[in-house]
Write a protein that binds this ligand. Sequence first.
Ligand code: GDP
Length: 443
Amino acid sequence: MREPEQTQPDTIYAPATAAGRAAIAIIRLSGPASGPALRTLAGKSPPARVARHVRFRDPESGEDLDDGLALWFPGPGSVTGEDVAELHLHGSRGVLAAVMAALSRLGLRLAEPGEFTRRAFLNGKLDLTQAEAVADLAAAETEAQRRQALRQLDGSLGEIYRGWGERLLRLLAHLEAAIDFPDEDLPPAIEAEVAEGSRRLAAEIGRHLADGHRGERLRDGIAVAIVGPPNAGKSSLLNQLARREAAITSPIAGTTRDVIEVAIDLAGFPVVLADTAGLRDSADIIEQEGLRRALKHAEEAELRLFVFDATRPEDAKGAAAWPGPDTLLVANKIDLAAGQGTLPAGIIPVSALTGEGLPVLVAGLASRVGEIYDIAAPALTRARHREALETALAGLRRSVAAGLAELRAEDLRLAWRSLGRITGRVDVEDLLDVIFRDFCLGK
Ligand code: GDP
């Protein structure tokens, strides 16, 4: 799909570290003028991939700009595939501004957002899933997000999609060969084999898609709804969990009047806790609307904490609306329930007032989240991938159902293109390669 850039690219630079005061700031250069610029500023070019202590000088005035380290990564074995240099400077605005001004005068250009990664992609250093992983890794707020992004950066997700693309290409090539070269000595069962292969691939992609949006949720936050009767202490519990057991990682915009959400880091997992309106029958129209939203939210959440007042154990029955391991039963206000006998097994006793039992609740929640999310297999992480996979799956299914071989081939081709769009690598030459390699047609 993409060709390497034909014209000589210009040379770009950008701070690789966050703006503001810091011990060190790094400016990264990429492109053919990186080497000359480095030599001009630092007086010499360090050996490849070795840090050298240098004095950076203004090329025009000869004035010293800073004292720091210089690194040189000649292409193509660099992060972008081009010649790359790194200037490690003191992390102040003054130093950065002076060095960047000098680079501009040398004809280098400030990079656009994402341009380094874009060049890495164009030079075949990364596929698109890996480029996206770079962004996810930079944005990861919790341990589980970091792990998922790193796994994607390793290329394991791209490998799965590329593997499917290759299988699809082979099916397509075989079918095309059967259509285009009917007189050749091709295995007779070829069309049946293609149909069987298509069915098998469709089943695999279908399974990958039916993962309950695991990877996407890990990226965006796992929804946990706090539900239960009014005054059971739901809001108090949310406050306790947000304040004491986990750091608030980011505020959530657009919370409704009836559902309050807080993003927390729960034992390394990004969790969005939602406090919902109390569940009870009400004639009040606004309360009914709140209740409707609460129920919908609870329904859509991955996990639920059903909170009831420990002094009213009969309220626990309300949890029957959500049976299964994804609803944890929480008896709150145990500070008031002393001497009331023991709670049935499986119910977690807490006090949102005194904090008693909260560590057990957090551990229980984290363990269930871990069971659902911390799996070894790479997961689908983006809506973009999901759409492309769904298109590919629809194509495969149409192809299996189609009568004419030409139509089957056309649907396989569409499916293959769609898969290729995920990693960003589709090439029609590939198709010809498979035809000729597998069959040696025409010799
Ligand atoms: P919600 O309607 O379920 O959100 O309940 P709230 O969090 O607003 O709590 C209702 C009342 O119960 C408030 O007066 C709280 O201070 C009180 N409360 C909440 N948790 C506890 C607890 O663990 N022990 C005691 N004694 N009171 C609590």
